[in-house]
Design a protein around this ligand. Structure first.
Ligand SMILES: [Zn+2]
Length: 262
């Protein structure tokens, strides 16, 4: 823990930088301090990660950890807006970190240019207030979900494919279940941007939605995503929210509920 976590007031330059958001209902000086004292980890620095990290850094989230072992490719540039031609061949987490520092050097960024796996997940995800899943494959999403449920950390998950996206917030010990309750654990089909294609503008939509929900969580404002899953369709531009129910046979979360001692 560094001194940042004991911050109890904003500097004059921070009041100026964040003035347009501090004036919002539900935000204020206290909310800005909460953001400054918050620690988030973002897994995946591709399309969603670019957008989420940019808005959270811009909004003044004090400590961010970025994880991605992938390098930027030419086919990423339509939707991965933090990168340019000079980024190609370079690591995404490194490149995104450079971009964020030029945007806001008042925040701490921990860069991890590697892929999340079972061996490093403990070390990389612990000691954060919110885990933000911007990864692009089921295997990683399930690993993150398993870790968050087991370690009782809040998980904000989103994904986008084609013209559609989805988002949900999994809170510890939630009666509304976890990510794996919703998505077939036996499915071996992997839909990815690589195999299915993706509309770059929808990556911006879903990433902005995910950033908004992350800010609401850190500001301790209620979110419908804690009990619902949102499905966003970019063809007709509709957002449908469905109440989630925990799967009583879920191998990840079914046995994690603790007896209520109140
Ligand atoms: Zn579950």
């Amino acid at each position: 823990m560094n001194d940042r976590f004991s911050t109890t007031e904003l500097r004059v330059s921070e009041f100026e930088r964040y003035s347009r958001q501090i004036m919002l209902d539900g935000w204020g000086e206290q909310g800005q301090l909460q953001l400054k004292n918050s620690r988030v980890v973002i897994i995946g620095c591709g399309g969603l990660g670019n957008v989420v990290a940019t808005y959270l850094a811009g909004a003044g989230v004090g400590t961010m950890s970025l994880i991605d072992g992938d390098d930027v490719e030419l086919s990423n540039l339509p939707r991965q807006i933090a990168f340019d031609r000079d980024s190609c061949g370079l690591n995404k987490a490194d490149e995104l970190t450079q971009r964020l520092f030029s945007q806001n050097d008042d925040i701490d960024i921990h860069v991890n240019p590697l892929f999340l796996d079972v061996d490093n997940v403990d070390e990389l995800l612990q000691e954060h207030d919110l885990v933000i899943d911007c990864s692009d494959n089921f295997e990683t999403r399930r690993l993150i979900n398993q870790w968050c449920v087991t370690n009782k950390l809040a998980l904000l998950s989103a994904s986008v494919i084609g013209w559609q996206g989805q988002a949900l917030l999994v809170l510890p010990n939630s009666e509304y279940g976890c990510y794996q309750c919703l998505f077939d654990v036996t499915s071996t089909q992997e839909n990815s941007c690589q195999s299915m294609g993706v509309n770059p503008a929808m990556v911006g939509v879903i990433g902005s939605y995910q950033a908004n929900e992350a800010l609401r969580f850190l500001l301790k404002l209620p979110s419908k995503l804690s009990s619902h899953v949102s499905l966003i369709d970019g063809v007709h531009f509709s957002i449908n929210q469905f109440l989630r129910t925990g799967n009583p046979n879920c191998e990840v979360c079914a046995n994690m509920k603790e007896p209520n001692n109140d």
